[in-house]
Design a protein around this ligand. Structure first.
Ligand code: SF4
Ligand code: SF4
Length: 74
């Protein structure tokens, strides 16, 4: 089983539901969730935390800068 190298935080108020983070995560960590934000956009969910490599691609791809990536030090 993979060991997580980091994690992400999604600012749900900023998300516009474009799905880029889901599409471009090389580890398929993100999936489309069942919840919507206050603007009616369907939110992604960080579902496969253990596979995250903290590569930062999701954060870079997000056009709304809604994702922060945190890399574990060890
Ligand atoms: S940091 Fe990389 S591996 Fe982790 S969720 Fe984002 S795109 Fe996926
Ligand atoms: S890339 Fe950003 S705006 Fe698009 S679904 Fe992901 S978090 Fe939301």
């Amino acid at each position: 089983m993979a060991t997580s190298k980091g994690e992400i935080a999604i600012n749900e108020d900023f998300c516009k539901g474009c799905g880029y983070c889901i599409e471009f995560c090389p580890k398929d960590c993100l999936i489309l969730g069942d919840n919507f934000n206050s603007q009616g956009y369907r939110l992604p969910v960080f579902a496969q935390k253990e596979d995250c490599t903290a590569c930062t691609i999701c954060g870079k791809m997000c056009p709304e800068s809604a994702i922060e990536v945190y890399k574990y030090l060890s």
